[in-house]
Structures are given as C-alpha cells and as structure tokens.
Design a protein around this ligand. Structure first.
Ligand SMILES: Nc1ncnc2c1ncn2[C@@H]1O[C@H](COP(=O)(O)OP(=O)(O)O)[C@@H](O)[C@H]1O
Ligand SMILES: [Mg+2]
Length: 205
C-alpha cells in the first residue's frame, strides 16, 4: 500500500533504575508494517513502547512521525496512537460494555457489541470485569482494536493469556490493519508461533 506514513526511532538511549536498556537504537516502521519486538524479561520491550507512547523519556535520541520531530510535535503522533499496555487495562467494577464506552464515548452500543463479538466476549457484555478470567479481561482491552481508527498501534504482550482461537483472531486483525495502511509495534517475551508477517527487532544484547 502506498503511503508516506513512517515512524522513525533514532539513536535512542533508554535507562531505567540506572540500568542501560538500549543504546543507539534506531529503526523505522512504515505504513503497512508490523514490527515484533522480542527480548527476554527485563530487556526493555515495555519501556521502549512507553517511550514511543510518550510515557517515558529517553536519555538521548529522537522520534519522528510523518516527517515531524516528535519531541516538538508529540500531538501529531498522539492523535494516531492506540497503546494497549500489557495488563488488560480494565476497570474491574465496570461492566465489559462500560469499559469500552469509557474509551469510545461516541460509539453506539451496536458498535461496541460488534467489537465484543469479534473477540468472543459478547455474552459478558453486562458482566462486571472482575468476574472474568485473565484471558477474557485481556479481550476487553483488545476489543478496542475493533473500534479505533488510529493508525499506530503499540501493543505490549497482546497474545499473553489468549487461547489459540484468540491468537488467530488477533493475528487476522493485525494483518488487516497492516493491509489498510496501519502500523503495529508489538512485544512478546516468547517466540511467536505464528503466521504473522512481522519484522523482528531484538532487544537482547
Ligand atoms: N516501574 C519501573 N521503575 C523502575 N524501573 C523499572 C520499572 N519497570 C521496569 N524497570 C526497569 O526496566 C527494565 C526493563 O523493564 P521492561 O521494559 O518492563 O522490560 P520487558 O518489557 O522487556 O520485560 C527492568 O529490568 C527494570 O530494571
Ligand atoms: Mg514487558
């Protein structure tokens, strides 16, 4: 797919708790691509996503998005960002529908139910999130991918706690997002046993 949308990471130096996580890290991701960040526990995968999401600051380096330097124009990237942290990110006392309405106040109930159907938790729509399993709660977070129109997806351990069917549904969604000109950066701490067309970026030294 033709598009000029590119996210560039240039010479990043990330340190946390006085531990060097990465140095001189540079890479680009273009529209239509999926980048799979791999590395053992503690390698810095979540930290890297947080730096791109603007939650953490790098000690050195720059981010560029759509030709803009992000340190000066973060709003350009923020407007296109869908970040899902590695916990399910749900409000436990909210029902499943309420958890999604919180992020998509303009979405209709029909749209939210369709998203829940895609990740196979529609029947829990009016159940409080705390009554669901870890995998089902993970799906509440992932259902956001069926409602968002953001182009840049940052997904921290999206496959964790999902069963085989859940993994397949998510892989198909990521592939579709790429085909529609979106980009995805995702992390896993294990090798993906997957048919996903993703470029690997290793943070292991
Ligand atoms: N909340 C935190 N406060 C301070 N240091 C942290 C925090 N979270 C992670 N770290 C440090 O950053 C390192 C990398 O963590 P993280 O990015 O979560 O790794 P990964 O996602 O690859 O498992 C950890 O080993 C730890 O030293
Ligand atoms: Mg992590």
């Amino acid at each position: 797919m033709q598009s000029t949308l590119t996210l560039s990471v240039s010479n990043l130096l990330i340190e946390r708790a006085e531990r060097l996580l990465c140095k001189d890290l540079s890479f680009e991701i273009h529209a239509g691509e999926i980048v799979h960040i791999v590395g053992e526990n503690g390698a810095g995968k979540s930290s890297l996503l947080k730096v791109i999401a603007g939650v953490l600051s790098p000690l050195e380096g720059e981010l560029f998005f759509a030709g803009e330097r992000i340190t000066a124009h973060r709003d350009v990237l923020q407007a296109q960002l869908c970040y899902l942290g590695h916990l399910a990110g749900v409000k436990s006392s909210f029902t499943v529908i309420e958890n999604l309405a919180l992020h998509f106040p303009a979405a209709t109930e029909v749209q939210i139910l369709a998203a829940l159907r895609s990740v196979n938790i529609e029947k829990y729509a009016t159940t409080p999130a705390y009554q669901l399993s870890a995998g089902q709660q993970k799906r509440i977070g992932l259902a956001r991918l069926w409602l968002t129109n953001k182009k840049v997806w940052l997904l921290d351990e999206p496959f964790t706690a999902l069963d085989t069917k859940g993994v397949t549904v998510l892989e198909e969604k990521l592939q579709q997002h790429a085909e529609l000109g979106g980009m995805t950066l995702l992390t896993t701490h294990q090798k993906l046993n997957s048919t996903l067309h993703a470029r690997e970026l290793s943070l292991d030294s």
